[in-house]
Design a protein around this ligand. Structure first.
Ligand SMILES: Cc1cc2nc3c(=O)[nH]c(=O)nc-3n(C[C@H](O)[C@H](O)[C@H](O)COP(=O)(O)OP(=O)(O)OC[C@H]3O[C@@H](n4cnc5c(N)ncnc54)[C@H](O)[C@@H]3O)c2cc1C
Length: 393
């Protein structure tokens, strides 16, 4: 084995997803040295496929830093969504209820690809196909030990490490259990999440509340659609071939004899919805951001937006620390500023999740249907919902 290569930097960013790539661009813009370590290469990240609904506050912030150019030349906007049951349909014109704010529809993977390109053009240092394997902290700094795709070892010494490595990442495991509190809840709601190469049939998000379970459609772009189907926890993906998926979607969207624009299903996962919040999102020299710090059911399309807002706050603090304007203790402000908004987003997403799903108990079913009815009958609730739906403030 050859000698271990080493690198020195101020901020080591573990993970090159939305949180990692936004943070890297912001720090680099202000000459704070940083290195991104990402186990995949940009093309493989692009092939992943996750979020696609972006809040206006996220778009505005990215725009301010010159990070939204490609997205804004190639996006859609959405200001309405529809709820369906066997008895009624209801269109929520959330843009008109919240003062004209809309969602931007653009695939997360394209956004990450764009952010990586901008970072590269600005001569930022992103190391792809390198996996972080262990993290050590001392009074002097933090060390990330990595292995490259060719098996070579790499060690990165930094003043701080920001774990942007997602829900199953290494960084959260480097924090002793007793140093933070982790709030976690599993929801006993299970989905198959589908990405299909198909023309959108609907012009906006549809949430259908069928007696067999929820179905949802979320726009991605002109040729890719995201669908979700609620399934039983003990159901398996093997039971779902393409024909069954399309037929079930059409049935749950109450389409009668009409068909969706069917196409190749290129990604399908089974997901169990859960929520998690880590408090605080810092342990000494390690910070957690995005899914590494919190998980949220995708119903409200909040996860990527939260991830980006985390690093907007953290970048500002790290930049101030770099310029000597604040000391290390002041970096605790990161958790203090972010956690109330993260809980607010959890609240919104759980409420929407409960309103649209089939529940095992009749009591819960009626309880949440009553909330759904409020959306149609209470202008005050519909306005609050519309404001939070399009951007947690
Ligand atoms: C089906 C689905 C739909 C969603 N829809 C939406 C939506 O519409 N809107 C929304 O806001 N959110 C949505 N989300 C949530 C959103 O995708 C996540 O919240 C978002 O990806 C979090 O970004 P992140 O940067 O924190 O983590 P990630 O995107 O998970 O990125 C982590 C990165 O770290 C890398 N990594 C991990 N471990 C290591 C390691 N040891 N070494 C090196 N690299 C490593 C990974 O390869 C990955 O690239 C959805 C999620 C799912 C699953």
């Amino acid at each position: 084995m050859g000698s271990v290569k080493t690198l020195e930097t101020e901020v080591c960013i573990l993970g090159g997803g939305p949180a990692g790539m936004v943070l890297a661009n912001l720090l680099h813009e202000e000459n704070v040295s940083c290195v991104v370590v990402e186990k995949l290469d940009p093309e493989s990240i692009k092939a992943e496929g996750r979020a696609g609904i972006i809040e206006w506050t996220t778009v505005e912030a990215l725009q301010q830093h010159g990070l939204a150019e490609q997205m804004l030349s190639d996006h859609r906007t959405q200001g309405q969504c529809e709820f369906r049951t066997p008895e009624w349909t209801f269109m929520l014109d959330y843009a008109s209820l919240n003062g004209g704010k809309v969602h931007t529809v653009y695939p997360q993977t394209d956004l990450v690809y764009d952010l990586s390109n901008v970072f590269e053009q600005r001569n930022g240092q992103a190391l792809y196909r390198i996996e972080g394997q262990s993290i050590e902290q001392s009074n002097e700094g933090v060390t990330l030990n990595c292995v490259q795709a060719d098996g070579e070892q790499l060690t990165i010494h930094a003043s701080f490490l920001v774990g942007c490595d997602g829900g199953r990442g290494l960084s959260k495991r480097a924090i002793p259990k007793e140093a933070v509190r982790v709030y976690h809840q599993a929801h006993n709601i299970h989905w198959i999440a589908i990405l299909a190469q198909a023309k959108p049939y609907f012009p906006y998000t549809i949430y259908a509340m069928h007696p067999d379970g929820m179905a949802a459609f979320l726009m991605r772009n002109d040729s890719v659609c995201r669908y979700y189907l609620q399934i039983d926890g003990d159901d398996d993906l093997e039971n779902w071939n393409e024909d069954r998926i399309w037929a079930t979607l059409e049935q749950r969207f109450f389409m009668g004899n009409k068909n969706l624009h069917r196409g190749n299903i290129f990604k399908i996962n089974k997901m169990s919805l859960r929520s998690l919040v880590t408090d605080p999102m810092r342990y000494q020299r390690i910070f957690l951001a995005g899914d590494a710090a919190h998980l949220i059911p995708p119903t409200g399309a909040k996860g990527m937006n939260l991830a980006i807002h985390d690093v907007l706050v953290l970048a500002e603090l790290l930049i101030d620390h770099h310029h000597g304007k604040i000391d290390s203790g002041d970096l605790d402000l990161y958790s203090k500023k972010r956690l109330p908004l993260i809980w607010k987003a959890q609240n919104f997403s759980l409420q929407l999740m409960n309103m649209i799903h089939k529940h095992p108990s009749d009591f819960d079913q009626e309880l949440w249907m009553s909330k759904m009815k409020q959306l149609q009958t209470s202008p005050a609730f519909a306005t609050d919902f519309s404001i939070d739906y399009v951007g947690i403030l």
